[in-house]
Write a protein that binds this ligand. Structure first.
Ligand code: ZN
Ligand code: ZN
Length: 293
């Protein structure tokens, strides 16, 4: 099969023929239809994240069809998505408490195992998600990390329908989260660098858009610049998110299908995987880059 292979960090990916993976027990083999490009891929390729596997096929927002390793739940031809968390041990203290996103021994797609910048990819069958027909390949791919993480952020922050929400920065996660927020009738205030990001936020229904130094017309918790009095008197909380759980993925994909979420995408053929990474690095495109083999 053809794949974009990372041999050494900080070097361009090599587009070359390599052996098609054979699914092992508990895995399915997918024929890749599309793979989204995440900023984390850039961190892996550029060596900002320590190498965990070399050579490596990056990419963890995979849309593909089951072509081998089919099960009753995942018959041949099922169109599924794969995300960043590609497996857990199920036995560590975090897994036993239902916090699988914090697992001590996780499998990370396109980092600790090969991912989807290729014609085929193997994935654990209990970590793939059947995709609803409302979500086409190209538009489903960016949902599989950026979308799920954005949704998890809303969930962890405890956002309720009708709430007033500030989004600080407007990258790939935020431009998907705002669609969920609008469907919940939330009033969304966006503060972000870059005129094109501000324009995109306005077009996606932000109540107000400004630069990172502007003062919004309503009171929002600035992050991370809480002043001490407000932190003290408002019982504020700062929450962070790490990774994702399978229920985040399933719940988000259902909402995405219901609201017909259509991320803005720019398509790159597999041969131009390096250009796709460069476009993400340089903020050269709005929305998400998607690689098609
Ligand atoms: Zn675990
Ligand atoms: Zn990602």
């Amino acid at each position: 099969m053809k794949a974009a292979i990372l041999r050494t960090a900080k070097q361009p990916l090599h587009i070359e023929e390599t052996r098609t993976p054979q699914p092992t027990a508990g895995q399915v083999l997918l024929r890749v239809r599309a793979c989204g490009v995440c900023r984390t891929d850039l961190h892996i390729v550029e060596g900002e994240l320590p190498p965990r596997k070399q050579p490596l096929i990056a990419g963890h927002q995979i849309v593909g069809d089951v072509v081998d390793g089919a099960t009753t739940e995942l018959p041949l031809g099922t169109r599924v998505g794969v995300s960043w968390v590609g497996g857990i041990d199920g036995t560590c203290p975090y897994c036993r408490r239902g916090l699988e996103n914090l697992c001590d021994a996780p499998v990370f797609t396109g980092y600790t195992v090969n991912g989807g910048y290729a014609e085929y990819a193997a994935a654990r069958s209990d970590f793939v998600y059947a995709l609803p027909p409302e979500l086409d390949d190209l538009h489903a791919a960016p949902l599989l990390c950026a979308g799920i993480i954005g949704f998890r952020s809303l969930r962890v922050a405890g956002v309720e329908p009708g709430d007033r929400v500030g989004l600080f920065g407007f990258g790939s996660s935020a431009h998907l989260a705002i669609a969920v927020l609008r469907s919940w009738n939330c009033e969304v205030y966006v503060l972000t660098r870059g005129a094109s990001h501000r324009k995109l936020a306005a077009s996606l229904g932000a109540a107000w858009v400004g630069s990172e130094t502007d003062k919004p017309p309503v009171e929002l918790d600035r992050i991370p610049e809480f002043d001490y009095d407000r932190l003290l008197w408002g019982e504020r909380q700062i929450r962070s998110v790490a990774n994702m759980t399978r229920s985040d993925a399933r719940d988000f994909l259902k909402i995405a299908a219901d609201i017909r979420l259509q991320p803005k995408v720019t398509v790159f053929p597999l041969e131009r995987a390096n250009d796709a990474l460069a476009a993400v690095k340089n903020d050269a495109i709005d929305g998400a880059a998607v690689i098609v083999p």
